[in-house]
Design a protein around this ligand. Structure first.
Ligand code: SF4
Ligand code: SF4
Length: 472
């Protein structure tokens, strides 16, 4: 029976509850008054339960879809304003002992060139990332106790934080590594990671068993309960994600929200971020082999509905998605995107030859960071390289209460302007710089507090004069 406060995966992701949510949603979706009442509740910006959000997912008529999209855009604006945070993944190692059938890094892929970055290679990769303008990374590594032990991950994080090339610095390292023990999470916390990210892949235990036939990841409960252990180990900010395409998407959607409800019920803090990847083509991986692929229209509705259900949670879209899809979902509540990503080990300093193909997935958006920044500004978004919250200790429930009250905007907005200014000064092309300066001047006028505006103006001038790393 569904129990969000339980510590057992089978209770907080109750399969029967997911199925009942979908069946009940099919019935209620035909009731216009019920749908309208849920939309009214969503408009309050306090979120929706998995059952309520499931009804919106079932109501796929054009009128409800339009209302959802409109509301998602307004809620994103209310909680996060028009800033979009940028990050890049950094693949440390593709050695892996797991057998995930949707990932080319699985253990039995014998023609995948296996690579693991040395600390010297990490310096080269991070220098290349800094030279693009990145300040925030998501570190990725396969699970391999011998090749990628936690000591290696922690040493790599220290190396990354220690690199300062010209005005460059990586100010937040998020980490996406396999489920581990409370003690290991404590060590990651001590290494000053930002968010701990772990995709569930699928919440359907039967599908999970088939998709993860071998390796430690085969253990569904160990994987599903990882965020509880991470929080017990002192990591306040955790990032959830489903790999859409693996399981029946409506049940996956309901389960993802049940997971968020569980974190809130047990730890008092929901997920810091939710990622919405879809299965992509890669070496030996064909998305067509997976029965539950979702089209772009459904994907957009999922993004909008997540924004309504968990308005305070950051939503992440990677370069798995094309420019066109990213453009649409940016207007539906997405708050973070990756830019200029390389999904192979060591791809930034030395782009790998096509025939080498050690990518975890093929990227659909291969533009440079400068092109992405220019494009975002053209659509009225503020590209942000902000990493302030974690560095100011605004994590976990402290962050969530600021976010839920809408006050975080008072930090996000000026911080976006300050970090964009740094980018323009240090890395932008002339066209991007020109567009950015106009945007900053326009947005400065929208900083509500005269006091904050005055400080921001002063700091912008100081950045132009060569100083760096201001934050609210
Ligand atoms: Fe290994 Fe992660 Fe790929 Fe699975 S998804 S094979 S755990 S790298
Ligand atoms: Fe993110 Fe905090 Fe910066 Fe806002 S102020 S962009 S929430 S780090």
């Amino acid at each position: 029976m569904y129990d969000p406060a339980s510590r057992r995966a089978a209770d907080f992701i109750d399969r029967q509850e997911a199925a009942v949510s979908v069946a009940e949603a099919d019935r209620l979706a035909r009731d216009r008054a019920a749908v309208a009442a849920i939309l009214d509740k969503a408009a309050e910006g306090k979120g929706l339960s998995h059952r309520e959000a499931s009804v919106l997912m079932a109501a796929d008529d054009p009128e409800t879809t339009e209302a959802m999209f409109d509301l998602a855009a307004r809620i994103k604006q209310r909680f996060y304003g028009n800033r979009i945070v940028l990050f890049a993944p950094l693949y440390l190692s593709n050695y892996c002992i797991n057998g995930c059938v949707y990932c080319p890094y699985h253990r039995t892929n014998s023609h995948m060139p296996r690579k693991k970055l040395t600390q010297e290679e990490i310096v080269r990769e991070v220098t290349a990332l800094q030279d693009m303008g990145h300040k925030r990374l998501a570190v990725e590594a396969g699970e391999h106790p011998k090749e990628n032990p936690l000591d290696y991950i922690i040493e790599s994080i220290r190396t990354i934080y220690g690199i300062h090339h010209r005005n460059g610095a990586i100010r937040r390292v998020n980490v996406n590594i396999a489920a581990t023990t409370v003690e290991d999470y404590r060590r990651l916390r001590a290494a000053e990671i930002g968010t701990y990210i772990l995709f569930q892949e699928t919440y359907d235990p039967a599908a999970y068993a088939l998709l993860h036939p071998t390796g430690p990841k085969h253990d569904y409960a160990w994987h599903t309960e990882a965020m509880d252990r991470a929080m017990e180990g002192g990591i306040d900010d955790v990032g959830l994600g489903v790999l859409f395409g693996l399981g029946s998407w409506r049940e996956e959607f309901a389960s993802l929200l049940m997971h968020a409800e569980h974190l809130e019920a047990v730890h008092g803090v929901g997920p810091h971020t939710i990622s919405v990847p879809r299965v992509r083509r890669a070496d030996g991986i064909d998305p067509g082999d997976f029965a539950h692929g979702i089209d772009d229209a459904t994907f957009a509705r999922i993004c909008a509905c997540i924004r309504l259900a968990v308005p305070y949670t950051g939503m992440i879209i990677s370069t798995r998605e094309s420019r066109a899809v990213r453009e649409q979902v940016l207007g539906l509540g997405v708050s973070q995107i990756s830019g200029a990503s390389r999904t192979s080990v060591g791809g930034y300093a030395t782009p790998e030859a096509e025939e080498e193909n050690s990518r975890q997935f093929d990227v659909s958006d291969d533009r440079t960071l400068d092109e992405v920044v220019h494009w975002l500004m053209g659509m009225g978004h503020i590209p942000s390289f902000c990493t302030a919250c974690y560095r100011e200790g605004r994590t976990g429930d402290r962050f969530m209460s600021l976010c839920k009250s809408g006050q975080i905007q008072n930090c996000c907005h000026p911080n976006a302007l300050l970090t964009l200014k740094e980018y323009l000064e240090d890395y932008a092309s002339p066209a991007t710089r020109e567009r950015g300066e106009v945007l900053i001047r326009k947005e400065l006028a929208h900083v509500e507090s005269p006091h904050v505006r005055a400080i921001a103006e002063k700091r912008l001038a100081e950045i132009a004069g060569g100083r760096r790393d201001f934050r609210f």
